[in-house]
Structure formats: structure tokens, C-alpha cells
Ligand binder design. Structure first.
Ligand code: NAD
Length: 507
């Protein structure tokens, strides 16, 4: 029997505007659940136009002073935030587990990966150094500088309540912007803790605001003329519509969408290593990761048969629970509705003719009978025309798609509409190099199943997995949250004589 989470009173979650917590005033709200017990744990307020206006007003009022502070002074807030997040890491992990359902070790990892972006943001003075060219013309110099945009907003998905917000706001803030965060209404508590810690770290009021809410809140943010840029992470249909609506409104938008990530397993690969990699990448976080591997592509039937033989018992033996025991490998799905959707995809796979090797449907855990659980599920002989292959399931369901050759496997990955991450398992350097260079995906792993770039590199997919021109965090993040200004400078040096009507050139 798995350790059950302690029952607690239903709490009320509002917003954080202008440096203070605010109760909701729109009259609309949503329910937050503990996925392991199935109990409602909180009611979260949904911001309407009035609260979004207040957040934008607070951010606009704070902007001139914040933007005028030197980069190293802004970075000092990040240094303090870094220590505060570290000392509150366990509290974050517990909040994430209690609203998302992922196991504690996974939640701790999420906090660490977010923290790394805060650490990256501490180097703001270096990131914002600009460029200088001496003597671009006789007696003329040039300076290129990156300046903040103003008020920017971030809209984030349920599956990383702390990390995905941290992909955005640390970089936006140290670049001199003010930020409005709208996290998923399913997992609001980590963002409220972030707001408290930023205040404790010395961030001036209004520089960082949280509005909770749903579609209505998001639309009020996107349409607001006071917001200059939108970072969005979520599913592809919403990412696409936010990109279109935001860019139509004249905003800069980066919108990261969904995924179907493939792992190609070459005949020469170390199969034990491949199976370990697949277990973590397909079933970690119950498959609710945009970098989860949901399609395994063994090359050759012998590789496929051996893979299934090793994989199936591991999937059957997955240790599933509330996520509080160190032995728990997989937790519940985020909501009952999402669990039912994942389960209906398993029904669909059977109807479509895929071979169901391990069936996770209908899992009931003793003591957690109302939790949103589904067991690990494994399909073999999935074909590219099946909806279970084409669509993102976002649950612990792995499809094995057998491939006759490397070229065929590569083509399969490239033909898929999504292109977030992908991986190849092989000891053949030539195959790995051909895969890395030829594959149409934004992030590639060679014997690395979940190739999430470090904070000082940038994260982002290709094709339907990203709308916009910039990946997130790293140098791309700095570019996204700043606008470039190039000045050409001449001092009175006696070289200018008379008017010239020709295009300025150098000679
Ligand atoms: P979602 O698209 O349902 O929601 C994302 C955000 O958009 C939430 O804040 C939500 O409140 C808001 N939203 C929902 N419906 C909306 C609508 N109609 N109009 C405007 N806003 C709306 O995504 P989710 O279910 O919370 O998260 C899972 C998805 O996110 C998966 O598709 C996953 O692949 C994707 N994801 C992608 C990345 C990436 O980096 N590419 C990272 C994490 C998650």
C-alpha cells in the first residue's frame, strides 16, 4: 500500500499584484485537486479584465525604475532568489507533488532545472554587454545595445508548475522588463511561492505579478495593449492560436507547443541502456513531459523483439504511488479528466489494431482508490497512420513503431508533424552523426533520452512544436526579451564639411 497524502482543508488562492497577495474579484474560479487522493484541495480565483488591468498598471508603474537599475543590481535580486529557492526546494517539491502528482524526486529535479535558469540570469551584466565598433567611418564609432521591451507576460502549462515559469521570468527580469505570470489553473501554488520569494529577495513591488486564471484571463493578457511580448508554453492548438492572436496584436510571441518524441534504437545499441533510458523517458512524470519519449523506433525486427522482451516486464513492474515514498517511480495523472483521455487513447490503439503488450487501464491503488492513476502502457506494432502515433497522448503510453532501416527511421521522425526532441541509441558514430545532422527536431540526444538543454543553451522545438523565432532561455531568451538598438556616433572632429545628398558610404 502506497503512502497517502495527508488530507488538508480547502485553501483559497488569489493573485499577486503590485507586490501583495490579492483576492479574486471576478466571481470566477476553478478547482485544484490532489491527483493521488482525488480530493479537491484549493479553489483558485480566475482573473478578469479588471485584475489583468491592475497587474499591467502595476508593472508599467514599476518599469521605469527597474529598467534604469544597472544590470548587476538587477542580478543581485537573482542571487538572493537563487538561495531562497534552494532553501525552499523541499516546499516547492511538496507543492508540485500535491497538485501535479509527479513523484517527489522528479519534482525536486524540476526545481533544480528551474534554479539553473535563475543562476544563468545572475550573469546579466555579461549577457547585456552589447557591442562596440571603433571607426566604422572616419571619426565614427558604432554601439549596439539591447534594451528591455517593457511589460511582458508568460503563460505556462500544468506539467512544470515551477520550472517552466523559471524558463521565462528570470531572464525577462534581469533584462529590465516587468513580468506578469499566468500559470496553469491546475497547479497554481508554486507560482504564488515564487512571488513571495521574489519579494523577499528584494524585487521592487510591481516588477513581478501573478494573475491566475483560464482562457478568459489569457485572452485579456494577449489583447492588452500594455503588454509587449508573450512567452507561451502549452499544447500545440493553443500555442498556434496564441501566436496568431498575439502577433496580430503587434506583440512579440514565442509559443512552444506539444510533442511526439521518437527514440531510434539501432541494432548495435546497448539494449539494457536503451531500456533504462526508455523507462525514465516514457514513464517518468507519468509521460506528462513535452520531452517524454512516446515513440520507440527499433531498427530491425530482431532489435524490436529483444527490446519488447526486456521492456514489457519493466513496464508491468513499475512502482506506482502517491509519489511520497522514495520507491515510487510514477505518480498519478494531473486530473481525472486527463486520466480518462489517456485511457481512451489506449482504447483507440486497440481499435486501430496496435498490439497491446501492457495495459495500464483501470488501475486502482489500495488506499488511493479515488486517485487519477493509470498504469504504464506499452503498444507494439504501431503504424504511422494510427492516431495513437500521430497525436500527443501526454500519458504513460509508449508506442513501439518497428522500422526496417536507419533511413526509414529517420524519415519517420522527419515526417511527423511535431519536432520537439528526439534521441538515437547507438554505438555507431557515423549513424549518430547522420541522425544529428539530418533530423528535423529542435533538441537531439545521442544516447541521452531526454536532451533538455542546460539553462545557458536554449530550449525549443521545430515544426508544430514551436511558433515564433526564438527558443527559450539562454542567449535566445536574452534576444527575445530585449530590443536591439544600434547607434552611430560622431563627435565634432572637423571632418564634416557641407551637405551630402548621396547614401552615406565609407571611402
Ligand atoms: P494547455 O495548452 O491546455 O494550457 C497551457 C496554458 O494555456 C495554461 O496556462 C492554460 O490555462 C492556458 N489555456 C488553456 N486553454 C486555453 C485557451 N483555449 N485559450 C487560451 N489559453 C488557454 O496545456 P497543458 O495541458 O497545461 O500542458 C500540456 C501541454 O503543454 C502538452 O501539449 C505539452 O507537450 C506542452 N508542453 C510543451 C512544452 C515545450 O517546451 N514545448 C513544455 C511543457 C509542456
Amino acid at each position: 500500500m502506497s503512502t497517502a497524502p495527508a488530507a488538508s482543508a480547502v485553501k483559497s488562492i488569489g493573485h499577486h499584484i503590485g507586490g501583495s497577495p490579492r483576492e479574486g474579484s471576478s466571481g470566477r474560479s476553478g478547482k485544484v485537486y490532489c491527483p493521488a487522493s482525488g480530493e479537491m484541495t484549493a479553489e483558485v480565483a480566475f482573473a478578469g479584465q479588471a485584475e489583468v488591468d491592475q497587474a499591467v498598471d502595476a508593472a508599467q508603474a514599476a518599469f521605469p525604475d527597474w529598467a534604469a537599475r544597472p544590470p548587476h543590481v538587477r542580478a543581485r535580486v537573482m542571487f538572493r532568489l537563487r538561495d531562497l529557492i534552494e532553501s525552499n526546494a523541499e516546499k516547492f517539491a511538496e507543492l508540485i507533488n500535491s497538485e501535479h502528482g509527479k513523484v517527489l524526486s522528479d519534482a525536486r529535479g524540476e526545481v533544480t532545472r528551474g534554479l539553473e535558469v535563475v543562476e544563468f540570469a545572475c550573469s546579466a551584466p555579461v549577457l547585456l554587454k552589447g557591442e562596440f565598433s571603433e571607426n566604422v567611418g572616419r571619426g565614427i564609432d558604432s554601439i549596439a545595445q539591447r534594451q528591455p521591451l517593457g511589460v511582458v507576460a508568460g503563460i505556462t502549462p500544468f506539467n512544470f508548475p515551477a520550472m517552466v515559469p523559471m524558463w521565462m521570468f528570470p531572464v525577462a527580469l534581469v533584462c529590465g522588463n516587468c513580468f506578469i505570470l499566468k500559470v496553469s489553473e491546475k497547479v497554481p501554488s508554486a507560482a504564488m511561492l515564487i512571488a513571495e520569494l521574489l519579494k523577499e529577495a528584494g524585487l521592487p513591488d510591481g516588477v513581478f505579478n501573478v494573475v491566475n486564471g483560464d482562457r478568459e484571463t489569457v485572452e485579456a493578457l494577449i489583447d492588452h495593449p500594455g503588454i509587449r511580448a508573450i512567452s507561451f508554453v502549452g499544447s500545440t492548438p493553443i500555442a498556434r492560436s496564441i501566436y496568431q492572436r498575439g502577433t496580430n496584436a503587434g506583440k512579440r510571441v514565442q509559443a512552444l507547443g506539444g510533442a511526439k518524441n521518437h527514440m531510434v534504437i539501432m541494432p548495435d545499441a546497448d539494449l539494457d541502456q536503451a531500456v533504462d533510458a526508455l523507462m525514465g523517458a516514457a514513464y517518468g512524470s507519468a509521460g506528462e513531459r513535452c520531452m517524454a519519449i512516446s515513440a520507440a523506433v527499433p531498427v530491425g525486427d530482431a532489435t524490436a523483439d529483444a527490446l519488447i522482451e526486456k521492456l514489457a516486464p519493466r513496464v508491468r513492474d513499475l512502482q506506482i504511488g502517491a509519489g511520497l515514498d522514495a520507491a515510487d517511480e510514477m505518480g498519478a495523472l494531473v486530473t481525472g479528466e486527463h486520466r480518462d483521455k489517456v485511457s481512451s487513447y489506449v482504447d483507440l490503439g486497440v481499435e486501430e489494431g496496435a498490439e497491446l503488450v501492457v495495459d495500464g487501464r483501470g488501475l486502482k491503488l489500495q488506499g488511493l482508490e479515488n486517485g487519477f492513476f493509470i498504469g504504464g502502457t506499452l503498444f507494439d506494432r504501431v503504424t504511422p497512420d494510427m492516431r495513437i502515433y500521430k497525436e500527443e497522448i501526454f500519458g504513460p503510453v509508449l508506442s513501439v513503431v518497428r522500422s526496417p532501416s536507419f533511413d526509414h527511421a529517420l524519415q519517420l521522425v522527419n515526417d511527423h508533424e511535431f519536432g520537439n526532441g528526439t534521441a538515437i541509441m547507438t554505438n555507431d558514430g557515423g549513424a549518430a552523426r547522420a541522425f544529428m545532422n539530418g533530423v528535423k527536431a529542435g533538441m537531439v540526444g545521442v544516447n541521452v533520452p531526454i536532451p533538455v538543454p542546460m539553462a545557458f543553451h536554449s530550449f525549443g522545438g521545430w515544426k508544430e512544436s514551436l511558433f515564433g523565432d526564438h527558443h527559450i532561455h539562454g542567449a535566445e531568451g536574452v534576444r527575445f526579451y530585449t530590443q536591439l538598438k544600434t547607434s552611430t556616433i560622431r563627435w565634432n572632429d572637423g571632418l564634416t564639411k557641407g551637405a551630402s545628398y548621396a547614401m552615406p558610404t565609407n571611402s
